[in-house]
Design a protein around this ligand. Structure first.
Ligand code: FMN
Length: 649
């Protein structure tokens, strides 16, 4: 049988382990590691899901090798304590029972250790070691690491790797990138030592080489060691790409797989984790160039989620394997779907950063487009219903579609009604925004999944109480969505005003000079899109800040993108009316000002279609409301509610 993506599906031998395909799950930390350093059952289930989904290797995170000096955050697995062995072993077994190889990242945070994400004051209290004396911008003093401590840490890396091997891991990933300890020594920007560990490139690489030798001595010949490093640092005074190539050449005989990443924790989060404004596969060029200089197999990662692109990367020899982090949160089954040639069914990562921002916010792991993430244990133990029920769904947006899928996959008889001719609900607004094509693709992938799970879909018909009563379902899920708020200001009904929800509708024309009334997430993202199209854009916001509803990781990147694209912003400014010239507004000073505009895009928020929902409250014995018709929120919440509504039936 011929595979659709033969190169991605081909096995490869790395060290003495044969990876069953070329798709690897990149390291992702899970917050549920106990204070004394065990992987919880929830964390194990988190990693296991990716193994079940067909990844060749699942890399777990994060083992700290020298806990007294090296914790980059509070929840890490302490590889110096033998008592973590049981949970390490459980984790390795959970991955391997699905035929994937189990890998684990081992690291040391160096000068960024003891960064307690909840209590930043800890940064100032502990002694932290880096390559050289310095004071971080946060005010935290860093001490030059004494050579005795270097030797202790070298040994600790070896011991940590040995413990992972004993637990059954097939491979280790040594973290020497993203600004952590070994990267700090490699980089001339942070390593100003005058001893054998500083100065020349060979000296800066000495620590890494000693660590690799210690790991090899501990794990033996053939046990695969993957090295993660940053080929491009994006730090002033850091290594050039040419120097990075020289470093790779110095260590290639000591490793089995070279992972070519970029960026640093310190200053380039948007390089270590490419944002929605970056093209897919933006780091591939570094791996491709690296491959011309080294013999060791090379892996590439960063904003990869498209099977055709990944196939081409392997087929053309730009890299030997591909790695994905966020794409396998969005769809842990991505590798299996690639193998089966069912890639149309993939739910794509939208690079919204909810996964990372939510950890900062609530210490939990969630994914906008995959409601199972963070609840893998419950998902595993969700019992199928004993008596299939007749289920009606009103509304074909994300919440309604997810409820339909989950209910149908559990054996219920499901029919979904959508009043428009097209499914997608609020996702339709993203249709023409270039950097949100993966977001809009969610409408397509959910529609396809509904079809495959046997949901009957009726479009162009709004589900009324009469239809529902005639159909006589056991359960009715109401997911009728929200509508745009239109502020009652003069001129709002005139030709200049366009509601943001209609931005992607056919036939809507936007003038050259645009004023956006409302600087929330929707207005700000629209401003980038319109500026990308060459328009002159001003965002007018009543509050003191724009994009206040964006998550903590996406917001700074979005604001930087607005600035880069020349979007003007006027905060503390209230729209008073739309005239023939533009938007008349009141500034924070109390003065009135006309913002000239050909189009005023109105993006002041959404209100639930509660009235429509209320009409249906008695249309079935059991009625459940989900999504924006309860409270307009992000797609994360709509999908999560839809999923649990489907599960509750
Ligand atoms: C939720 C999440 C957790 C991560 N945790 C780690 C980690 O513990 N260690 C690490 O080296 N990288 C971590 N990363 C970075 C990823 O391994 C990867 O380098 C990055 O996300 C870019 O790949 P992607 O575009 O496929 O997501 C994490 C990324 C995400 C999204």
């Amino acid at each position: 049988m011929e595979r659709k993506y033969p190169h991605l599906c081909a096995p490869i031998k790395i060290g003495n382990v044969t990876f069953k395909n070329r798709m690897l799950s990149a390291p992702m930390g899970h917050p549920d590691i106990s204070a004394d350093g065990h992987f919880s059952p929830a964390a194990i289930a988190f990693y296991e899901l990716r193994a079940k989904g067909g990844a060749a290797v699942v890399c777990c995170s994060e083992g700290v090798v020298h806990a007294a000096t090296g914790r980059s955050h509070t929840r890490m697995v302490n590889l110096q304590e033998e008592f973590v062995l049981a949970s390490l072993t459980d984790l390795a077994r959970a991955i391997k029972r699905h035929g994937a190889a189990a890998s684990i990242e081992i690291s040391h945070g160096g000068k960024f250790s003891d960064v307690d994400q909840l209590d930043k004051s800890i940064q100032k209290r502990n002694v932290r070691y880096g390559p050289s004396d310095e004071v971080l911008p946060s005010g935290a003093p860093i001490k030059e690491m004494p050579v005795e401590l270097i030797a202790e840490i070298v040994k600790a890396f070896g011991d940590g790797a040995a413990l992972c091997k004993r637990a059954g891991f097939d491979m280790v990933l040594l973290h020497a990138g993203h600004g952590w300890l070994l990267h700090q020594f490699l980089s001339p920007a942070s390593n100003r030592r005058a001893d054998a560990y500083g100065g020349s490139l060979e000296n800066r690489a000495r620590f890494l080489i000693e660590v690799l030798d210690a790991i090899r001595a501990a794990v033996g010949k053939g046990f695969p060691i993957e090295l993660r490093f940053s080929a491009e640092e994006y730090v002033e005074g850091g290594n050039s790409f040419e120097e990075a190539i020289e470093i790779a050449k110095l260590v290639e005989d000591k490793i089995d797989l070279l992972q070519v990443s970029t960026g640093s924790y310190e200053n380039s989060f948007d390089r270590t984790h490419p944002s929605m404004f970056d093209p897919r596969g933006c780091n591939v060029r570094f791996a491709a160039e690296m491959k011309k200089h080294v013999k060791v197999p090379v892996s590439t990662l960063g904003a990869l989620n498209d099977p055709a692109m990944m196939e081409e990367i392997i087929a053309s020899g730009k890299a030997d394997v591909v790695e994905m982090a966020r794409a396998l949160l969005a769809d842990p089954e991505l590798p299996r779907k690639v193998i089966l040639g069912r890639d149309e069914e993939i739910t794509r990562c939208i690079r919204c950063f909810t996964c990372l921002a939510e950890r900062l916010h609530t210490q939990t792991r969630v994914c906008s487009v995959n409601p199972i993430i963070g609840k893998e244990l419950e998902y595993r133990y969700a019992y199928p219903p004993t008596k299939p029920k007749k289920v009606l769904i009103a509304g074909g947006g994300p919440g309604g579609m997810q409820a339909a899928i989950t209910a149908a996959e559990r054996g219920h008889d499901v029919t979904l009604y959508e009043k428009r001719d097209e499914l997608g609900g609020a996702l339709r607004c993203e249709r023409k925004i270039s950097f949100k094509d993966d977001f809009y693709d969610l409408a397509r992938s959910k529609a396809l999944t509904m079809k495959l799970s046997g949901v009957k879909v009726i479009t162009g018909v709004a589900l009324t109480k009469e239809i529902a009563e005639k159909e006589a379902p056991d359960v009715l899920v109401v997911a009728v969505g929200a509508e745009a708020i239109v502020p009652p200001i003069p001129g709002i009904d005139g030709p200049k005003a366009v509601v943001a929800n209609d931005l992607s509708e056919d036939g809507v024309s936007i003038g050259q000079n645009v004023v956006i009334l409302g600087g929330g997430l929707v207005g700000c993202e629209a401003s980038v899109h319109l500026a990308q199209e060459g328009k002159t854009v001003t965002v007018v916001e009543m509050l003191p800040d724009v994009a206040a509803d964006a998550n903590a990781k996406h917001r700074p990147i979005l604001l930087a993108e607005m600035k880069k694209r020349g979007v003007s912003v006027s905060t503390g400014t209230t729209g008073l009316g739309i005239t023939e010239e533009g938007l008349l507004a009141k500034l924070a000073t109390g003065e009135e000002k006309l913002f000239p505009a050909d189009t005023v895009l109105v993006a002041v928020g959404q209100r639930p279609l509660r009235g429509v929902a209320d009409e249906l409250l008695d249309a079935a014995p059991e009625v459940v409301l989900v999504g924006d018709c309860v409270k307009p929120q992000k797609v994360t919440e709509a999908l999560r509610r839809g999923y649990w509504a489907g599960l509750d039936i």
